[in-house]
Design a protein around this ligand. Structure first.
Ligand SMILES: NC(=O)c1ccc[n+]([C@@H]2O[C@H](COP(=O)([O-])OP(=O)(O)OC[C@H]3O[C@@H](n4cnc5c(N)ncnc54)[C@H](O)[C@@H]3O)[C@@H](O)[C@H]2O)c1
Length: 336
């Protein structure tokens, strides 16, 4: 399956194909120096397979997890390129989840004022969401994605085989972004979560999620307007993520966040999907009582988040599956 993201001279293709890593050279220009960035939680053979098809490949492995998405690790990647005499003609390939993609992409955006970047996302979250759209960033001073850039990839390869090594918890958390995409723009995708065998339909879910996101980022590549709808569930979700201090995964926080911005009917349907995905073990107690994390703590985190200013924040609300609208709300109103 192939999707083209049409952004004029910054257009790029996303290819979804099983066992495609060894063919990376067919789709990416790897006939140069290539810094393959990965992390130590990603099976090492994925990055090795890509390095093996590069003319002059190097691997930079950072420690896994959000805690690595910082300026020190960014320096590690930049230093590896500098020490190996990377020039403006060389490139970076991310092989990993959203953390690796965001960091490697940001390193590519700023090294010598920008070099080519390719992305090979290996988590469901990164395959359905973070690998498309060109947002690259690191966290700084406790704030998520606060230092970053827009740097479109030159190409994206998605190998659904890679997600077989993810833990069930990571899989479920990543699929929440596809559920979100269903709510904001694809009723059929949402209904697949309700009615179909999710494992059997994962490839199609990835493809459909990317189609929706492509349509939005093509209209608004630098998030000046409509692209904000992709933040559905994230305004509250990011607050919960910060307040939960690592206890919950990103998608789990978005799952909780969506419960504050949907109609009662959608909430009921969401709960059934969360059960089917096996999310309730981790988020169930917080759905019943968000006070376990602390409403004040969440609101404080939201105040510090760039999406909330003067106690007002942009909230994306949905009353019917497949559509949503952007509105402004006081933080206090969100939690009733
Ligand atoms: N740029 C964007 O548009 C965008 C959008 C959404 C999220 N994000 C960012 O994405 C990040 C979250 O991404 P994530 O959920 O992929 O987390 P992640 O990158 O931390 O990966 C999760 C864990 O899975 C491991 N892993 C990765 N691939 C694996 C595989 N195939 N098999 C086994 N283990 C594997 C990693 O080592 C890590 O421990 C956040 O930093 C978030 O801000 C960015």
């Amino acid at each position: 399956m192939k999707l083209t993201v049409n952004l004029g001279e910054k257009s790029y293709d996303i290819i979804i194909e099983h066992n495609i890593l060894k063919s990376a050279g067919k789709y990416f220009n790897l006939d140069r120096k290539v810094m393959v960035v990965t992390d130590d939680g990603v099976p090492a053979e994925y990055a090795e397979t890509v390095k093996d098809v590069c003319r002059d490949g190097y691997i930079c492995t950072i420690p896994g997890g959000e805690a690595s998405k910082n300026i020190d690790m960014l320096q590690v990647i930049l230093k590896a390129m500098l020490e190996n005499n990377f020039s403006r003609r060389d490139c970076v390939v991310a092989v990993g989840g959203g953390v690796v993609g965001d960091m490697a992409g940001f390193a590519a955006a700023i090294y010598m004022r920008g070099i080519d970047f390719y992305n090979i996302p290996t988590t469901i979250l990164s395959q359905v969401d973070s690998s498309i759209g060109g947002k690259v960033a690191i966290d700084f001073e406790g704030l998520k994605n606060i230092v970053g850039a827009f740097h479109q990839p030159r190409g994206v390869l998605i190998d659904p085989e890679t997600i077989k090594t993810l833990s069930p918890r990571q899989r479920a958390s990543g699929l929440v972004e596809a559920v979100k995409t269903g709510i904001i723009g694809d009723k059929t995708l949402f209904e697949m979560f309700e009615n179909d065998d999710i494992d059997e339909k994962t490839d199609e879910m990835i493809y459909r999620s990317l189609q929706v996101k492509r349509c939005v980022v093509e209209q608004d590549p630098t998030e000046k307007g409509i692209r904000k709808i992709l933040n559905f569930g994230h305004t509250v979700g990011h607050g919960i993520e910060a307040a939960a201090e690592g206890k919950l995964l990103h998608g789990e926080c978005v799952a909780l966040g969506m419960m504050y911005v949907c109609s009662d009917d959608i909430k009921k349907r969401l709960l059934k999907i969360y059960e089917k995905l096996g999310l309730m073990e981790n988020i169930g107690p917080y759905i019943e009582n968000i006070g376990l994390i602390g409403k004040d703590k969440i609101m404080d985190a939201m105040r510090h988040d760039k999406k909330a200013a003067d106690d007002m924040c942009s909230v994306i609300l949905s009353d019917s599956i497949g559509s949503c609208n952007i509105t402004e709300r006081r933080l206090g109103e969100i939690f009733g």
